[in-house]
Design a protein around this ligand. Structure first.
Ligand code: GSH
Length: 260
């Protein structure tokens, strides 16, 4: 069992007195203010005045360190070698439901959201995986294989995450006496159905699609490898456990809880 997560905010030294940069200087989501979508266009805007520090425009992940959906994106960003910063939100207290968040970051009201350098914000973990992976080795060229990746992404969102992730959420993020514990038997029944489908594939294959590692593996790995936090046992799922070991050996792998 992992230790309880500690929210962290990464801050990068940045110049002051520039509106574009001020938006990057948020260390708390409570500080969000309304802002134009396209924050800085180098072809038309005057460059912000620089101090002795450099202007840093980089990808921002609106994040929560305990979220498997957010971890999918962090893992792929690491494996692609892309620089990014994160802004942390408490997902148990409505920080992603404020009017400012809904207007400025995502009308869906959840993390993860990938904010591009030009200020556009993309929600939905699997859409973000697709956006980042499309022209890379993490997404196949073959049309059939592409559709198979999509199959697993939709499976993850409809048949796996609503059970495996929600059980983890109830057991690790809510108080011990939450009435939501009554949901656990059904979540476990449906979650094990999803794990069995994964096991059927992984008992005889190294990865979910074809012979190689794709974003389908990343999407399913996130909550499957932490299923025990939701009260599931992977003891009888040898194919899944071997796949988890293969995933952890991929180049540029980063764990969900780096401090553990
Ligand atoms: N389908 C979404 C689900 C995202 C999601 O459920 N995010 C949770 C954290 S894992 C959240 O932001 N919860 C806060 C809330 O719903 O207010 C995805 O895959 O990105």
């Amino acid at each position: 069992m992992d230790p309880p997560f500690k929210a962290r905010t990464y801050t990068t030294p940045i110049p002051e007195n520039t509106s574009a940069v001020a938006r990057h200087n948020r260390t708390s989501p409570k500080g969000l203010t309304k802002r134009p979508r396209n924050r800085y266009d180098p072809t038309t805007d005057n460059a912000p005045e620089l101090t002795n520090k450099r202007l840093i425009l980089m990808l921002i992940l609106h994040d929560n360190t305990a979220s498997g959906n957010a971890y999918k994106v962090r893992l792929l960003l690491h494996q692609l070698g892309l620089d990014f910063r994160t802004i942390q939100y408490d997902v148990t207290t409505g920080e992603t439901r404020t009017p400012a968040y809904l207007a400025e970051i995502s009308d869906i009201g959840r993390i993860p959201v990938l904010e591009l350098e030009d200020g556009r914000c993309l929600p939905e973990s699997n859409a973000i995986l697709y956006y980042l992976a499309r022209d890379t080795g993490f997404f196949p060229d073959d049309k059939w294989a592409q559709a198979e990746v999509m199959k697993w992404l939709f499976f993850e969102q409809y048949s796996h995450e609503p059970f495996v992730a929600v059980a983890k959420y109830i057991l690790t993020m809510l108080p011990e006496d939450t009435p939501r514990r009554a949901e656990l038997p059904r979540l476990h029944e449906k979650g094990y159905e999803a794990l069995q489908i994964l096991e059927s594939r992984l008992a005889s294959a190294d990865f979910l699609v074809g012979e190689s590692y794709t974003i389908a593996d990343i999407a399913l790995f996130a909550y499957t490898h932490k299923a025990e936090m939701g009260g599931f046992s992977l003891k009888d799922y040898g194919g899944i456990r071997a796949w988890i070991n293969r995933m952890e050996a991929t180049a540029g792998f980063t764990p969900m809880f780096p401090e553990s």
